[in-house]
Write a protein that binds this ligand. Structure first.
Ligand code: LCS
Length: 407
């Protein structure tokens, strides 16, 4: 049994989570002050976990450390590919050839590069909104136009607006579709029939498609992830991105899997991408895929319980908040439109009034006003304190507003 209740001090580890929030959330510097000391914040924002990576990963790194030489390194041996492809076969009944796998220091850097390799300057990048903002940033960085297809929110359950998606996909200038599968921030796990409808539209318009599946291992225990590559087994213009970094809390080790079917695009990648890897990251990732399943199973149960706890707590203490348990990710997507106006800065409100760091609607491109996104990958004692602070702050504001109106 693993102890996910353990509170681990992340101070002085150069963690984005503890030290990077002023810049990332508020675009401010260290001079930005709050009525809370930094260590007093409940941190529910950036998507990494407050849990120790599994012992098998630590042991894999320790084993590699014994060699004591850490020269230029690349994934040359089959061991890494064998561990990763076995993971995909066992969990998703999906595999790919070794030659299709290239490595990247992150999925975001891969997106930045692939947009440039795939789209000409006047071509467009399509994605579903609300969206992880880096899909838009990958287009912006490359000065390619973004096109957003808003998901339909049916009482907290998000579905694809196929008519809108098809219309935007049919624009001859739209060249690339980036799919988030499972979806951050709504937590949807796309069903086979949904993926098949998207696949039909992709094929009809001969789009390139990047399926970003970084969250695929972190699904509720009752859910099943389907790689887009399974629904489009022979479609050559498909790139699939997966990584151990979300699953095993290894984001700082910067190692991601990019599976490029198209040989021409793969050769462009291999000729232009900086193709070296960190030997400790390879050892960590390989151990995770080869031996990490038991830990992941226990983590999934712990996260399921954190989602249930959140649902019960909000129902009891913030009844006008609308929240459905995410089908995947450890991110809760909560609709507070009954308590806030669209133009209110929710991250700022909760930092000042609740001492909680979270990400808010305006950080997910569009179609996300009045939502907050809560990282639930933390010990339940921390989660409860965060939920308590959030609900108290909202209710105090709500009462202030109500009393103000009745004066
Ligand atoms: C859909 C998606 N793709 C890629 C990444 C990052 O991949 P990397 O470059 O680390 O390999 C994230 C991390 N999501 C985060 C990170 O912090 N907040 C989020 O929502 C993500 O949610």
């Amino acid at each position: 049994m693993y102890n996910f209740d353990e509170i681990i001090d992340r101070k002085h580890t150069n963690a984005m989570n503890t030290d990077g929030f002023r810049d990332y959330i508020f675009h401010a510097d260290e001079s930005m002050k709050f009525p809370y000391k930094d260590e007093e914040f409940i941190r529910m924002w950036v998507a990494d976990m407050e849990f120790a990576t599994p012992d098998v990963v630590i042991e894999g790194i320790e084993e590699r450390l014994k060699n004591r030489i850490f020269g230029y390194t690349r994934v040359f041996s089959n061991d890494y590919y064998d561990a990763f492809v076995s993971w995909c076969q066992k969990r998703y009944d999906w595999s790919f050839e070794k030659k299709e796998l290239v490595m990247s220091n992150g999925i975001i850097p891969a997106l930045y590069e692939l947009v440039n390799y795939i789209c000409k300057k006047d071509e467009k990048v399509l994605f579903l909104t609300p969206s992880y903002a880096y899909f838009k940033y990958a287009a912006d960085f490359n000065e390619r136009e973004s096109v957003c297809s808003d998901l339909i929110n049916q009482d907290g359950y998000y579905t694809i607006d196929y008519e809108d998606f098809a219309k935007k996909a049919s624009d001859p200038q739209t060249k690339l579709f980036i799919l988030c599968n499972p979806h951050n921030p709504t937590g949807r796990v796309w069903r086979e029939e949904e993926l098949m409808k998207i696949a039909k539209i992709i094929e009809e318009n001969e789009l390139w498609v990047i399926s970003d599946e970084i969250h695929c291992d972190l699904i509720r225990t009752c859910q099943k992830h389907i790689p887009l590559g399974k629904v489009m087994p022979t479609y050559q213009k498909l790139i699939t991105c997966m990584a151990p970094t979300k699953t095993f809390n290894l984001a700082g080790l910067m190692i991601s899997n990019v599976i490029i079917r198209d040989e021409k695009l793969r050769n462009i990648w291999l000729s232009r991408h900086y193709n070296f890897d960190n030997p400790l990251s390879i050892a960590a990732a390989q151990s995770a895929y080869a031996k990490g399943e038991e830990w992941l199973k226990e983590l999934q149960v712990y996260l399921d319980n954190n989602f249930k706890l959140t649902q019960d707590y909000l129902k009891e203490n913030l009844p006008q908040a609308k929240f459905r348990i995410s089908e995947a990710t450890y991110l809760a997507w909560v609709d507070l439109s009954n308590y806030f106006e669209p133009d209110e800065n929710l991250p700022l409100f909760f930092a000042y009034r609740a001492g909680v760091l979270l990400e808010g609607g305006n950080m997910f491109v569009q179609n996300s006003d009045c939502f907050i996104r809560l990282n639930l990958a933390c010990p339940k004692s921390i989660l409860l304190e965060g939920l308590k602070r959030i609900c108290e702050a909202v209710l105090t504001k709500h009462n202030e507003k109500y009393l103000g109106e009745t004066k």
